[in-house]
Design a protein around this ligand. Structure first.
Ligand code: SF4
Length: 314
């Protein structure tokens, strides 16, 4: 046996939404048409590199895609698994592009819910990172009477009554609905909802909460909590831009377990695995390919079985 045992989270790696998105875009690329995705199809560098090697370009702006279409350099625009605002697909189709929609069905549910709440007159709070493509897409369906925040302090009406610099909207609207980015931490979401309730309910407000954190995300978070009880150190594998992967590292840290978020096996530093580390936990985000997890595991085995080099004595 090596220096440490390797333990795996019960739930980790690709979720069905990511697998589905990759299959759809690969099928489109196989037809020989020129395909581009608007943003990374998923937030994992290896998966994006693989798709690029099959001819799928990554574009950041719709205008860029439209310009390429006009110049005859693009046929198909893929909406990523994160989804997009309705205007994106509309604008692409208007320019004559074929749109391949790989939006995860669980994100589509959030879009439908946001549109329904918008039409019902709710002020919609989207709990999430406003710069994340998924949140931008949800906001596109939520309409103008909506805000995206990832902390209670970012809400415009939370300022104390004696804060005269507080905005005029210091009182919450009467009808508030809260949705979440699908990959947020369920405990942090619950705490956020509680704080909104504390401020809205005493003034007779109505707060409608829809927990839109997806089950694959919740399952991976529960599994890393369990892993943290068993492991001395946790290695979290996945893209640095992947929100759900980052949350796995954050949860490990909150539970007091030393952890490292890495993208590839070369990122592992043998110096992390000190003598007191007897068990190393491995988990991976919902956008981490199976072969990346396998190569990280293989490198961990090498490190565990390598002879221990004692520090030189003077
Ligand atoms: S993390 Fe959840 S919402 Fe995102 S693609 Fe996977 S299943 Fe869908």
């Amino acid at each position: 046996m090596g220096r440490f045992e390797i333990l795996f989270a019960d739930e980790m790696g690709y979720c069905f939404g990511v697998r589905r998105a990759i299959e759809i875009i690969e099928e489109a690329a196989e037809t020989g048409r020129r395909v581009a995705s608007l943003g990374d199809i998923i937030h994992n560098p290896q998966a994006v590199e693989r798709l690029e090697s099959r001819g799928v370009r990554v574009l950041t702006e719709l205008d860029d895609a439209v310009g390429r279409k006009r110049r005859g350099g693009l046929d198909v625009l893929a909406i990523t698994a994160h989804g997009a605002a309705p205007q994106v697909a509309g604008g692409a189709r208007e320019a004559g592009l074929e749109v391949v929609d790989t939006t995860c069905p669980l994100v589509t549910i959030v879009h439908e819910r946001a549109a329904h709440l918008r039409d019902a007159g709710y002020y919609i709070i989207v709990y999430g990172d406003r710069n994340h493509p998924e949140v931008r897409g949800i906001m596109g369906h939520a309409g103008r009477n909506a805000i995206a925040v990832k902390a209670f302090e970012e809400l415009p009406w939370q300022a104390p009554r004696d804060d005269f610099s507080a905005p005029r909207t210091a009182k919450p609207p009467k009808k508030v609905a809260i949705l979440s980015q699908t990959t947020m931490d369920i405990r942090a979401f619950t705490a956020f909802v509680n704080r909104v309730n504390e401020i809205a309910l005493p003034i007779g407000g109505e707060v409608f909460v829809h927990n839109t954190i997806c089950k694959p995300t919740s399952d991976r978070q529960l599994a890393v909590r369990d892993l943290a009880r068993r492991a001395d150190l946790i290695v979290v594998v996945g893209g640095k831009k992947s929100a759900n992967t980052r949350h796995l590292a954050e949860i490990s840290g909150e539970l007091g377990v030393r952890n490292y978020h890495i993208q590839r096996p070369e990122d592992l530093d043998p110096a992390w695995f000190t003598a007191e580390v007897k068990t190393v936990g491995v988990t991976a985000g919902a956008s981490t390919p199976d072969d990346v997890i396998a190569s990280v595991t293989a490198r961990l085995r090498e490190i565990s079985e390598a002879p221990v080099v004692e520090p030189a004595t003077v």
